[in-house]
Every structure is written in C-alpha cells, then in structure tokens.
Design a protein around this ligand. Structure first.
Ligand SMILES: C[S@@+](CC[C@H](N)C(=O)[O-])C[C@H]1O[C@@H](n2cnc3c(N)ncnc32)[C@H](O)[C@@H]1O
Length: 230
C-alpha cells in the first residue's frame, strides 16, 4: 500500500514512522509512505499557503489552490487510484469498520489541515472522504493522519506478527476484547483466572467470549446494542 501525506509539518511524522511496527512495515515494503510538503505547491514567492477568512473572524484558512496542485501532482504520478481523505473534526467518525475499508484501498492521499482548516472549495472540488478521529479539536490534521496510518498499516498482511491477534481485538468482531494476562500467575495478591491455566481450550474460548460480551455491555452499551441487532 502507498500512503501520501500532504502536510505543512512533515517533521511531525518522523518519530512515529520510524519506530516499531510502522518502521518494520516500511522496511518490509508492506507500505510506502511519502510526506508531501504543501508549501512546495504554492506559487507565492514567500511560500504562503494561508490567508484570513472572507467575512472576518479569527485565524487563517489554508488556500485551496496549493491543495489542488498537490493532489493533481500526485494523481499524475501514479496515485490515480488512491483514496483521497481529508482530516477534519467535521468528518465522519473513524471506526474500525471504516479503517478496514480504507486498508483495502490501493493507496491513500491524506490531507492534513492546520489553523482554521481548508478553504471549503477543497471539499467541493476534490470531493475527499472527510474523516474525524473524534469529537474534539486538535491543532492540525497531522496527529489524526498518524492515527489513521497506524490503524490501516497494522491491518496489512504481514505487518503484525499473527493475523489472529488482529481478529481477536476490540471492535473487529463488534465487541471489546476480553481481559488478557501474562506472567507471573499472581501479582500483588491478584491471581490469573483459573480457567486460563486449565489447558482446556474450549473452556478458555467460552470464557473469553463471555468476558468480551460482559465488558462490552458494561463499558459500551452503545456497541452492545448494535452487536445484538446484527
Ligand atoms: C484547529 S483544526 C480546524 C477546526 C475547524 N475550524 C473546525 O472548527 O471544525 C485544524 C485542522 O486540524 C485537523 N483536525 C483537528 N481536529 C481533528 C479531528 N478531531 N479529526 C480529524 N482532524 C482534525 C483538521 O485537519 C483541521 O483542518
């Protein structure tokens, strides 16, 4: 998979893309991630990409033209089929189901806003998929883009050690994951549930299933309702 990130702050990605699973996935060629500096697509001699909003108000708005140019450049250079995603708090909520769908795209072009966001004509003209990572406002689209990249890359075949570990996780089946334990058997007086050391795989499976359903009902009644309606 190929991911292009259009951003004013490419350096923000350095740490995240160069550690752990994302680093290994890039080294293995599972994903190729390119950072595209939006300032390279301005025609302004001072490389300005923002201007005050028409109608007045605080802050600056990212001008549409450099964004059009950046996307046209990418489309003309092998990214014709990439899904265009604009990060915005006003977008659709990023869920595991949407992550799964995005993970099957041949490529992604991620547009990171900053300041007061993009001139509306970016959305009108390019018709990106607008995605929000939650109902709160961040200073820029870079952290949301990193969240999306991380979630999508770990679903690529070969990125995470065992495919089952992904299938078991919260949200993949519509429920939250069951509790996990590791060595030692007792920590500060708290013991691992007996069933997990029984060696009885059918019992363990049934216990995990019950725990998963119980946890979902308790912590996320909204998810539990959806999962019941399926
Ligand atoms: C300060 S925000 C702009 C907020 C915008 N004026 C509003 O009220 O909707 C700047 C940029 O951060 C990104 N951003 C902020 N919060 C986000 C969120 N929850 N999900 C996705 N992107 C977000 C977007 O790219 C946005 O253009």
């Amino acid at each position: 998979m190929r991911i292009d990130v259009v951003t004013l702050f490419p350096k923000m990605f350095e740490g995240v893309l160069n550690e752990s699973i994302l680093k290994i996935a890039r080294e293995k060629g599972i994903v190729e991630i390119d950072l595209v500096n939006l300032r390279d697509f301005t025609q302004d001699k001072h490389r300005k990409v923002d201007a005050p909003p028409y109608g007045g108000g605080p802050g600056m708005v990212i001008m549409a033209d450099p964004v059009f140019r950046a996307v046209e450049h990418l489309r003309a250079h092998g990214r014709k089929e990439s899904e265009l995603v604009l990060l915005s708090p006003a977008g659709r909520k990023l869920t595991q189901r949407r992550v799964r769908r995005l993970a099957t795209a041949p490529g992604l072009i991620l547009l990171c806003g900053h300041y007061e966001g993009f001139d509306e004509r970016v959305s009108e003209g390019l018709k990106p998929l607008e995605m929000s990572i939650g109902d709160y406002v961040l200073t820029g689209g870079e952290l949301p883009a990193m969240v999306l990249i991380d979630a999508v890359v770990r679903l690529q075949p070969g990125a995470v050690g065992r495919a089952e570990s992904i299938e078991e996780e919260s949200f993949m089946k519509g429920t939250l994951e069951y509790p996990q334990y590791t060595r030692p058997r007792v920590v500060r007086g708290m013991a691992v549930p007996d069933v997990l050391i029984s060696g009885d795989h059918a019992k363990i499976e049934a216990w995990r299933q019950r725990q998963s359903e119980h946890r979902t009902r308790q912590r996320r009644p909204d998810l539990a309702r959806k999962w019941k309606e399926r």
